[in-house]
Design a protein around this ligand. Structure first.
Ligand code: SF4
Length: 352
């Protein structure tokens, strides 16, 4: 990757553009549209790390591209590896830092991307929300997390095949950039990751769920539920005060109907907060009639947060009650815990 990232660049970010938009920009400066296709191929298929590397384009055109666009928009600072998980630390044009995670499971390569620097959610159990929102990411800053990881995998003959918006940030609080990034990532001229293999996770931004349900693509939706009722939810998720559980579930039900996608409910088990048999029974009643999966995530301890992980027998009991109640349940095996790459552990990295 280029070491000459221009941090002060006022230029448009190349990876924020769809192919049609890039063609449009070419037209505006009198360049034939097929050139846009060539640039797209260099970026997304041939792994070019700079305009200079696009050797079938004339020198003059490459200089023009350099003047018009910023590419790349993020720079790899550090990687940390653990079992089947790799955490990537990136620097953005303004010096802010974000993280993404690559999870390798059998032949599946899943990238978990950040959508914001920090997060406005400030959930009690989550490292990402500790600082609040610093700023939202641009489309290019999201797309390039996938791009650069895909390039690294490509050298081993592998490709990114699944994508989850579950890193730092609340994706639906950065709606336009996230939706544009989905369009680019799903495009057959770029990664062509199927809509069925893309999941957006939200803590419950109601208007965002309704909007997403009406887009011309259908991605999976995961709701970070984490509580079976409004009162526990309000204790651990500040956004719950603005978006009552009842309203969120109505929006999510509509999402399921319009997209014909089953919903995943993420439920982080927190000791003595939401992990008792009573809460499990309540969760069964809440979800019994829905086509859904509950993904149980035993809490990954974060040093400076006071919430705790439940004991093993409480986790098993909770899961058994859900199973007995007919709820399809998965138990997320926690990968990457030792490098703080597990769910709820992506924190704002220190800027030097
Ligand atoms: S759980 Fe999600 S919404 Fe809550 S602070 Fe963490 S990243 Fe933000």
């Amino acid at each position: 990757m280029s070491e000459t990232l221009n941090f002060k660049s006022p230029r448009e970010q190349l990876c924020s553009l769809t192919l049609d938009e890039l063609k449009e920009r070419m037209k505006q400066v009198g360049v034939p549209a097929f050139r846009a296709q060539q640039v797209f191929e260099w970026v997304y298929l041939k792994g070019a790390v700079s305009f200079d590397a696009m050797t079938n384009l004339s020198k003059e055109f490459r200089v023009r591209l350099e003047e018009m666009f910023q590419f790349p928009a993020i720079r790899l600072i550090q990687t940390q590896e653990s079992d089947e998980t790799t955490k990537f630390l990136w620097e953005l044009s303004d010096g802010k830092r974000i993280e993404s995670v690559l999870i390798q499971s059998f032949d599946r390569r899943t990238v978990c991307v950040s959508s914001q620097v920090g997060c406005p959610g400030r959930c009690a159990f989550c490292a990402s929300g500790k600082t609040g929102l610093i700023r939202s990411l641009s489309t290019a800053e999201i797309v390039e997390q996938v791009l650069h990881i895909d390039r690294i995998l490509h050298e081993k003959g592998e490709r990114v095949c699944h994508l989850v918006y579950m890193g730092m940030g609340e994706p639906l609080d950065n709606y336009d950039a996230v939706v544009q990034s989905i369009r680019i990532i799903n495009d057959e001229n770029s990664f062509h990751i199927s809509q069925r293999r893309i999941t957006v996770s939200t803590v419950g931004i109601v208007e965002g769920i309704y909007r997403l349900a009406r887009e011309d693509f259908k991605v999976n939706l995961a709701l970070s539920l984490h509580a079976p009722n409004q009162s526990i939810r309000k204790m651990i998720i500040p956004f719950a005060k603005k978006y009552p559980l009842e309203e969120i579930l109505m929006a999510v039900d509509e999402y399921a109907i319009l997209t014909k996608r089953d919903i995943t409910y993420e439920y982080t088990l927190l000791a003595d907060i939401n992990d008792g048999p009573m809460q499990a029974e309540e969760l069964v009643s809440l979800l019994r009639k829905k086509q859904c999966t509950v993904n149980l995530i035993p809490y990954n301890p974060v040093e400076y947060l006071r919430v705790k992980r439940p004991k093993g027998d409480r986790i098993t009991r909770f899961r058994d009650i859900l199973n007995d109640g007919g709820i399809n349940t998965t138990w997320r095996y926690t990968k990457g815990q030792d490098i703080a790459a597990a769910c709820g552990q992506l924190a704002l990295p220190v800027t030097e």
